[in-house]
Design a protein around this ligand. Structure first.
Ligand code: AMP
Length: 283
């Protein structure tokens, strides 16, 4: 049996732990999450373990990144299960702050990133989202003062935004991306997959399959705009309601101009019933 994971819920206690590790010359990695942990999150912990000696996992459902009417109140929660999974995967500390710890009375600051955060992808459909993410991630990075922070490529625009934020604010923590973990049928693991009905769960892998087919077309030199139209139609036909499917520069997330030899990332978001799925792959 794995031992019980240490847990702190205040910034002060987090800082004390990390400061002690730093005095012992241990390297520290932070893995920010919103809980309801699955194999995708746990692989980030494994990755963190290859980089650092001590791993802090934050579990905080950040209200600032949900708009009114989104799933803040119904977002899956399983703290007990999360803590068990984390100790089995050799995390050293769970940071589980309450809302008031992160946003105390009078809190009046928000962090707004441009560049990758205003690429007209997620931001176009969830305008509040990246300011919420950037604010909480900036806080977590400053609170933890870790050597590394690991984020999933699953949320590719978020990874690029956080990387930009850390560079722009001179935060010394190195931001590290880790590959997307998928179910056997290709569906990217996500806490929100729990919302899918049995039927939707069968259809859902088509998002990744369509991205793969579209990436293949792009690789064989097909014109990006025509490929996107085909992908859009294929997904709509399979009962997705597509927010976007776009080929972008893999670094800047800027739009491509015609056929190009720049690195390309293919990104998509679509509703299946009430569940919004996002995914992306390298071309
Ligand atoms: P979340 O709890 O959904 O906010 O995600 C916390 C972190 O886990 C983020 O860096 C996500 O990109 C990452 N993540 C979520 N799902 C996956 C996945 N299937 N594979 C790899 N990383 C993931």
């Amino acid at each position: 049996m794995s031992k019980i994971l240490a847990q702190v819920d205040t910034v002060k206690a987090l800082r004390q732990r990390v400061a002690r590790w730093r005095r012992e010359k241990l390297k520290v990695a932070l893995v920010p999450t919103m809980g309801a942990l699955h194999e995708g999150h746990l692989t980030l912990v494994d990755h963190a373990n290859t980089l650092a000696d001590r791993i802090v996992v934050s579990i905080f459902i950040n209200p600032a990144q949900f708009a009114a009417g989104e799933d803040l109140t119904t977002y899956p929660r399983d703290l007990e299960g999360d803590l068990k999974k984390l100790s089995a995967r050799k995390a050293n500390l769970a940071f589980v702050p309450m809302g008031e710890e992160m946003y105390p009375k009078g809190f009046a600051t928000s962090v707004s990133v441009k560049g990758p955060a205003t690429a007209a992808l997620e931001d176009k459909h969830r305008p509040h989202f990246f300011t919420g993410v950037a604010t909480v991630v900036a806080k977590l990075l400053i609170q933890a003062r870790a050597d590394y922070a690991v984020f999933g490529e699953k949320d590719y625009q978020q990874l690029k935004t956080v990387t930009r934020l850390a560079a722009d604010l001179d935060i010394a923590t190195r931001i590290v991306g880790a590959e997307t973990i998928r179910h056997d049928d290709g569906l990217a693991m996500s806490s929100r997959n729990e919302y899918l009905s049995e039927y939707e769960r069968v259809v859902a892998p088509l998002l990744y399959k369509t991205l793969q087919e579209t990436a293949e077309e792009l690789r064989s030199g097909a014109e990006p705009a025509a490929c996107m139209r085909r992908a859009f139609r294929a997904l709509n036909k399979a009962s997705f309601k597509v927010d976007y499917v776009e080929a972008r520069n893999a670094d800047s997330l800027r739009k491509l101009i015609g056929t190009t030899d720049e690195p390309i990332r293919l990104l998509a978001a679509a509703y299946l019933g009430k569940t919004r799925l996002i995914d992306n792959i390298a071309v």
